[in-house]
Design a protein around this ligand. Sequence first.
Ligand SMILES: Nc1ncnc2c1ncn2[C@@H]1O[C@H](COP(=O)(O)OP(=O)(O)OP(=O)(O)O)[C@@H](O)[C@H]1O
Length: 263
Amino acid sequence: MCTASDTSAVISLSGVVTRFGKNLVHDGLNLDIAKGEIVSLVGGSGSGKTTLLRHIIGLTRPAQGEVSLFGEPLHSGSMHEQIARRRRFGVLFQQGALFSAFSVGENIAFPLREERIATDEEIRQLVTLKLAMVEMEPQHALLMPAELSGGMVKRAALARALALEPELLLLDEPTAGLDPDRSASFVRLILSLRDELGLTVVLVTHDLDTLAAMSSKVAVLADRRILSYASLEDTIKVDHPFIERFFRGAQGRRALAQLQGEN
Ligand SMILES: Nc1ncnc2c1ncn2[C@@H]1O[C@H](COP(=O)(O)OP(=O)(O)OP(=O)(O)O)[C@@H](O)[C@H]1O
């Protein structure tokens, strides 16, 4: 049988409707994201970006419509199959990035321990490997989250999100609160991980420099739907008040000029 999810899409959202009481947030939203894309999801405050990420990872369910991951409806299959699907994506959310009572190493080890597939020694080696992937030193495993800089917290949280070698990474405002140098190095890190691991990445961001530097596609959430899903160059041509404000303001013009300078 051929269904909408029989495609190469890593994420497929079809006819998604979300309501909180009388607040209609998504109204028949559709989006298909193919493997290897780095997609920036943008939209006005309260347009429903974080809620969409929460639907994608199954934390919440839309009132109507279907969410599929890796070609399968999110809530389909046995418990075992759902857990197996859960292992295929990593999440880096703004809040609750790290458990504050655990060291960096224990934070990264957490998803590995939950799987109960590795010995303590294997877990120690994997923690060191994941730290190296995010350009942190083995001794950083001993630090507590409160002892880390903002950039290191993001890197450590990314290491934890990468613990189970996900195919899909979801990031909510990954560079918020970082200075431009740290944001740029975070972007380089994500791009190199995409190249090395073939990751698909979806990020919510208000940071136009980050967006311009790393997106292969931009998804614009406006008027309760995905108004546009295209390259940055094509996105800025779309005639809509949100796009006008977001991309053609001072920061937008600077980010675009930088991008054009690099090409
Ligand atoms: N659990 C909830 N209960 C009630 N309303 C909610 C809930 N979660 C989100 N909302 C509402 O849904 C709408 C979308 O919220 P969401 O956080 O997804 O927006 P956003 O685009 O991520 O916003 P921002 O850019 O400001 O973070 C908002 O009006 C918000 O108040």
